[in-house]
Write a protein that binds this ligand. Structure first.
Ligand code: GLN
Length: 305
């Protein structure tokens, strides 16, 4: 008899744990450096409302850059196409925190998922709002999307990054020097660090991702056009300079975070959240990527057929 998706997820959890090549945790954020890399959870939210899980699917983790998807959704809802005057839509082929292209391209970041681009998105979010209001907006969007009020910001992680995030501070000041940051750099980085420090479980993240996947059971928070565009950006830029490899191996739009989280989208079919905190050389979850690849093989959910 064919294996069900639920059986597959349990087998996947067991097989990955047996492998043991977890990668290493992000050590440039002190709070994240303390986390044991040997952990794994997965949740698959389906169009009919079911959520299938395996492993540590109820363990909260720091979503980090996965939050950039939700911040982008808020900003596109608010200002739409105007955002593209300030941020590009091309893969960068560089690390997530690189400053290199910013000089060559005169302060217009390549895309909204590298840190420089995400800082511009957060700057937009702050227009006419205090940092607290901007954070309430992003957190509100995530809670509504997940239909779960029990989603919070981990203050210790935010403070840990505020103390040590000199690279992001440099990016913010550099953007400001080109006139592509309207708010004071420390307001922008402070808001951004808190947004990245949203803590969620795989189940919560898979449920929030339903709006990006356009699942019929999802709350109506995003127009189909915005969904398509966010998915296109996740496919081309969601894993930074590992995006081509991810598209090759998995074939689904996805966004990674240095907390080891991964939101993978099978448009119209499923929203998948995977967490395993050990990272590969690109700063993407090592086991998370392998799990997404195996899931794509099992389900045939690659958007490329
Ligand atoms: N807060 C992290 C940073 O700015 C997010 C990076 C990531 O998850 N790739 O460095």
């Amino acid at each position: 008899m064919a294996r069900t998706l639920s059986q597959f997820l349990n087998d996947l959890d067991r097989d990955l744990r047996a492998r043991g090549d977890w990668g290493s945790v992000a050590d440039y954020i002190p709070e994240l450096a303390r986390i044991d890399p040997a952990q794994f959870g997965i949740a698959v939210a389906l169009a009919d409302g079911q959520v299938l899980t395996a492993g540590q699917a109820d363990q909260p983790f720091s979503i980090q850059s996965v939050s950039k998807v939700f911040a982008l959704a808020c900003v596109l809802g608010r200002i739409g196409e105007q955002l593209w005057l300030r941020v590009g839509r091309e893969p960068s082929g560089d690390r997530f925190d690189s400053i290199l292209l910013l000089e060559q391209e005169k302060g217009r970041p390549r895309n909204p998922f590298i840190n420089a681009g995400a800082l511009v998105v957060t700057d937009e979010l702050l227009t006419g709002r205090s940092p607290r209001q901007a954070l309430t907006e992003v957190l509100g969007f995530v809670r509504q999307a997940a239909e779960d009020e029990n989603i919070h910001i981990d203050k210790a992680v935010a403070e840990s990054e505020t103390r040590t995030g000199h690279r992001n501070a440099a990016l913010a000041h550099y953007l400001r020097s080109f006139g592509n940051l309207q708010n004071p750099p420390d307001h922008v980085t402070g808001t951004y660090f808190h947004q990245c420090a949203i803590e969620m479980t795989c189940v919560q993240l898979a449920r929030a991702g339903r709006v990006i996947a356009g699942l019929s059971c999802a709350p109506a928070l995003l127009s189909p056009v915005k969904q398509r565009r966010i998915n296109a950006l996740m496919m081309t830029c969601g894993q930074y300079d590992g995006s081509g490899n991810f598209a090759f191996r998995v074939g689904m739009p996805a966004k990674s975070g240095v907390g080891g989280g991964l939101l993978v989208v099978a448009p119209g079919r499923a929203s998948i959240a995977i967490w395993s905190p050990g990272l590969d050389g690109w700063g993407n979850s090592r086991m998370g990527t392998l799990a997404a690849e195996k899931l794509a093989e099992f389900t045939g959910w690659s958007v490329f057929g």
